[in-house]
Design a protein around this ligand. Structure first.
Ligand SMILES: [Zn+2]
Length: 307
């Protein structure tokens, strides 16, 4: 098990009162260091332009990397580009690529990337929903192009639908995208009828759904689709904003639900992918919930017992 991060991810400055704030990542890092003192940490490299261009347009790269703002600029109502944002976004996507390489080269079976900004709302050409580059999608495309894989699963249990990841891969059956999310909620996508080439499975859940409905959606709809796909690598968009404490949504999960779904995913990865999993931090906006859920997730991912 490896963990990846970079100090630059703490410097992406979304401004006063913004939910996607540096304290989120600090809470995750502090909790993981306290719970898993033996966890092996690595400093993320920058993603290259070539790695990003597998899923993003030159225009989006130019917006994020070449604007060089001297103060915060808003790309949309809630997506901010600060002077330090390009570096943070490069390190977040770079963590995803490096973790994928480490897992594919057999240096670890699992990896968790504690990074921000999050990525799953970023489409091929639009930064949105706090997301600049879609790090999970960059990792999946890297595994196919560089690792020569034919079947990569991207699993998304963030409370918001990963519209960006779905849009990037909905015509690419080499990637299976599975998402549970609250509906209705931003970004108002992720309906059951959205199936791509048969490689998209969405499980929308009503506000207040809770643990039983969440687990049923995975047990009955999403995990069987993952099993049928026989993934060679499992990438996880790990958002913790479905927790009951989260201020942006109302799905009412407990930290234990993240341990459960992670263990279920690990069983499938163990059967088909040699156990290989790469997990990326996505959303989660309550600091205590982030700490508890990231520890539960990493414990299930690594098999380590929290201190
Ligand atoms: Zn979210």
């Amino acid at each position: 098990m490896q963990a990846w991060t970079h100090p630059a991810c703490l410097l992406h400055d979304t401004g006063p009162g913004h939910a996607e704030r540096p304290e989120r990542l600090r809470a995750v890092l502090d909790a993981l260091h306290a719970a898993f003192p033996a966890l092996q940490w690595h400093e993320a490299p920058r993603a290259t332009r070539g790695q990003l261009l597998r899923v993003h347009t030159p225009e989006l790269l130019s917006t994020v990397l070449d604007t060089n703002p001297t103060q915060r600029v808003h790309l949309d109502a809630d997506t901010v580009l600060s002077p330090a944002s390009a570096e943070a976004a490069l390190r977040a996507a770079g963590a995803a690529v490096a973790a994928t390489d480490a897992v594919l080269h057999g240096q670890a079976d699992r990896a968790f990337c504690a990074v921000r900004p999050p990525g799953h709302h970023a489409t091929g050409d639009v930064a949105m929903g706090f997301c600049l580059f879609n790090s999970a999608a960059v990792a999946a495309a890297h595994a196919i192009a560089h690792g020569n894989l034919e079947r990569v699963a991207v699993i998304d249990f963030d409370v918001h639908h990963g519209n960006g990841t779905q849009a990037i891969f909905e015509h690419d059956p080499r990637v299976l995208y599975l998402s549970s999310h609250q509906s209705p909620l931003y970004p108002d996508s992720g309906y059951v009828e959205e199936r791509g080439e048969g490689n998209i499975f969405n499980a929308p859940l009503q506000p207040g759904a809770g643990s039983d409905a969440f687990r049923a959606a995975w047990r009955e709809r999403l995990l069987p689709a993952l099993e049928d796909f026989r993934p060679q690598l499992v990438i996880v968009s790990a958002g913790f904003d479905a927790h009951w404490r989260d201020p942006l949504a109302q799905l009412q999960l407990q930290a234990d639900d993240y341990a459960w779904v992670t263990l279920e995913l690990a069983k499938v990865a163990g059967r088909h992918a040699g156990g290989r999993m790469v997990s990326m931090l996505e959303g989660g906006y309550d600091l205590q919930a982030l700490a508890e859920c990231s520890v539960a997730h990493v414990a299930a991912l690594s098999g380590l017992e929290p201190a």
